[in-house]
Ligand binder design. Sequence first.
Ligand code: GLC
Length: 816
Amino acid sequence: MSKARRPPKLPFAPLNDLQHCALSGVDPKVTQYGDYDRQTGEYMIHRPDTPQPWYNYLTNGHFTGYVSNTGGGTCFCDDAQNRRILRTHIHSRPVDQPGRWIYIRDRKSGRYWSATWAPTHNDLKQYKYQCRVGAGYTTISSAYNGIATTVSYFVPPQADCEIWRFEIMNRSKTDRLLDVFPYCEFMLWSQERDENLDAGFKCTDITCDDSVIIHRSMYDFPGSGGGWRRQYACFGSSATPRTFDVLMDAFVGPHNGYAAPAAVVNGKCSNYVNRGGQPCAAMQLPVRLPPGKTRRFNFVLGYAARQRAAKALAHKCAKDKWVDNQFARLRAAWQRHLAKFQAATGHAAFDVPFNYFAPVQSATTLLVSRSIAPSQLSGSRGLGFRDSNQDTLGAVAHQPQKVRELIALLLGVVRPAGDACHKFYPAEGTGMEQGYWDDHLWPALAVGRYVRETGDLEFLGKVLPYWQSRQRGTVLEHLERAARFAERRSGKNGLPLLGEADWNDCLNAYPGAESVFTACLYCHAVREMGAMYEALGDGRNARRMALKHRAMARRINRRCWDGRWYTRLILADGSTVGSSKNRYGKIFIESNVWAVTSGVARGQRARTALDSVRKHLGTPYGFRLCVPPYPDYDPTVGSISVFPPGMKENGSIFCHTNPWLVCAEAAIGRGRLAYDAFVRLSPYTKNRIQSYHCGEPYVVSQMITMPPNKQAGRARNAWLTGTASWFYVCMAEAILGVKPDYHGLRIDPCVPGWKSFNIQREFRGTKYDISVNNPQGVESGVRSVTINGKKIRGNLIPVMPSRRSVKVEVLMGARR
Ligand code: GLC
């Protein structure tokens, strides 16, 4: 046994390393599964047996999939609920099955293996592996038995399909006769139908037409008026298959399992077609490879509304030239995307995520919203109103047009009364679950941020519908109605009522509870609206908003200050949640950080509130949502107390809240503390605790389990989380201090005394090359700004649309 390097210990881990690994299923000998490639920005995974599958999202906005580092995952076209294409099992063991697999079989010896390690799981002493996770693609390379393979999975920008670009090379000294077997499983369009095996058997209709496997099973589409429909998924190859399979029973066999499917064991598929059964796509592609020779195949998995179109798609998209062109376009598009905003601070924990995966994750979250994820495959995954509004914040610098469209869509589900549908299914035009009374306040942030990015003040006057109503109103009127809703639905203390819950979905108190968080969010929203009115030159309404802010802030400060921090809820009977008087849930992060960011808490009180957060909620890997966690169900706080202590909202590091803390610290100019909070959360930090963290160390997760849970440190739900957007916002706006404003770009860094750093930022069509110097090592404060050699007053760089590139020099230090 090789001498093991011990994983770094979490100071609070209640388990020893071996116990931890046994619980997490992690090999205790392995502490490092991959690392960042500093040249390309990609993440390189060196071992396929990661503690849990490490995923990547592939999407062109219509066709979307996620793929693991061993080829697992699923995909759908437009609608994850009713147009799901690949099957993936959420509870399978081995995990992550089935997948987009490519088996390779040596015809002479009969040995076989897989290009993605799974599902054959060959001995890693002989099987060499590397995986590159990049923006919009995952590439897995293997070497085994003298044969090297590389497969890249990506979704082309210009077609509704995914491509598996596959190369196979003979590295041995003899001629090799091989068979390549690509394999995947179709599901019956929706999770619900797929889990009804009988319905599947009856409806399955799959065929092989002109070398293209076409899945055309009918199903009754919700909203199709009860009628049955056909839709088409196709699987094609750049080479003509010798044999094929379209039914799982024929390819896998009822008892073989994926590691040894019947067709691969026997060296050929069955060419058997029958209607009814469980659909799959498999092909046998023979290859003869002399030593040193490489052969290329392209596999296409796509969607079309007609059979002929499906066939044409598979034929067109399998061509080498088309595939290479699309891959080049995809990479170029991401390069352009990333080049819009880059930073060089010299600090890897910041630069590495900022320049690559953080904007990639934000863009992905914006496009895919809370659609299906590896941990949440159920059908009912629509747009979350508050989530999607927040998603816009981290993506608007790169995709203002998409953000505009999304905001307009979201405002259309605001009801005439001012509240909004909590969840919304754009494909079906349905919405559900009113009663989350923070929801309607988020658009003020999204709209304000969008207009400050683009200068598109006209958007504020755009007329949009209200939900299920003939009434229409401008964007600003939608925001006004939302603010009025919060004012009208307020409790005895004049704070907005909680309703079902606020941002913390799981804090469900009895009716009549008032939310300190929502009150702070309200203050933030009316302040944003005041700035909008000011930008429009409407001083009267700007002052009206300032008065609203002041009145609510006064109420919060008078009624919700517990002595060292802000409380979280005032219950109908006047008692509080989030107070030192409570036994559990004494302090919550949300109300404290938002009190500071919204300008409710000022001066010493703001500092004290954040100091309390640090003291009571701080851990080396982020800040907990609340402590002490609730040990058991407590109906006064509702479902938060259903989770085991240390899990999810019940006292985990609920990562979404951590960038808020960074923003709050920056709002009061504490650069060192802002950066400290940032570093604890940064995926770069998690890269050092891979075997504890278990999740992807290149993107932020929704939560990290905390004690008393024994798996403290374990992350869950990466990728599609509100953490993504705010993580980017806290870096871009709070730390670098690049703050788009209505009439220019404000520069207001808040740093841990960095002496100099550089920022490249595209803003309204102009590239700004910003050098920041900080000879005194201050944490905040701009002393002077020079634009192309000329000093300006203040720190607002005016809009310079006609310039191609502008050189900005910022000098930090105490203002003179
Ligand atoms: C989940 C929900 C989000 C909510 C958060 C905290 O991430 O998607 O809407 O704010 O949990 O409860």
